[in-house]
Ligand binder design. Structure first.
Ligand SMILES: [Zn+2]
Length: 204
């Protein structure tokens, strides 16, 4: 019985590390898989984790059709048993629909990894579709802490260290890491996210 599983948490929860590990575990068991990512901070076609682990991956674009790709792969000698999909917050709702068909119609396991909500606390479209369709949702143990010491449960976008709450959900070239030293990201507890208090500007 194949499954669509959604592993989710905040930005620093270690989900890419887990994605690499899940891939390794299944590969070691002799299963055949494909790894996908989108806008990984390490660059196109690479799944990277904060621990420095890197895995070769297929870069997802708006034109990607998971169902067709899987059908093709099924016809090769290697076959296909599972997909590891990282950064699924950047996938479209249509991508997630395709992944559900991959599970149901092709009997392939799909392990999806993504951040649930953006810096405004709104769900990403890909993530909200995964909440709607997944067979199983696993909330990752929060490892990151807010500057106050509470568990960091919310993503904040900062400009020069000050939290902002308006702007596009995804910035061009925005890979979760600071592109221009001006815009950055920080994980906060809900209390300090609501109050807009960051590590450099706790006075807000
Ligand atoms: Zn806090």
């Amino acid at each position: 019985m194949s499954e669509l599983v959604f592993f989710t948490g905040t930005m620093d929860c270690g989900k890419s590390t887990l994605a690499a590990q899940v891939n390794h575990t299944h590969k070691s068991a002799g299963r055949s898989g494909l790894v996908f990512t989108r806008n990984d901070r390490a660059g196109s076609g690479i799944l990277s984790s904060r621990l420095g682990l890197e895995v070769q991956a297929i870069e997802v674009t708006n034109e990607t059709n998971f169902f067709d790709l899987c059908l093709e792969q099924l016809q090769t000698d290697e076959g296909l048993d599972y997909l590891v999909c990282d950064e699924t917050q950047f996938y479209t709702r249509e991508h997630i629909n395709q992944l559900a068909h991959v599970v149901d119609d092709l009997d392939i396991d799909v392990f999806a990894f993504g951040i649930a909500s953006d810096f405004r606390t709104d769900l990403f479209p890909g993530s909200s579709r995964l909440f709607e369709l997944a067979d199983r949702i696993q909330i990752l143990q929060v490892e990151a802490l807010c500057w106050c010491g509470r568990k960091a449960t919310h993503n904040a976008r900062t400009v020069n260290g000050r939290m902002i709450t308006e702007g596009d959900q995804v910035l061009p070239g925005d890979t979760g890491e600071n592109p221009a030293e001006v815009i950055g990201y920080e994980v906060l507890c809900r209390r300090h996210h609501m109050a807009g208090m960051t590590i450099n500007h706790p006075e807000n």
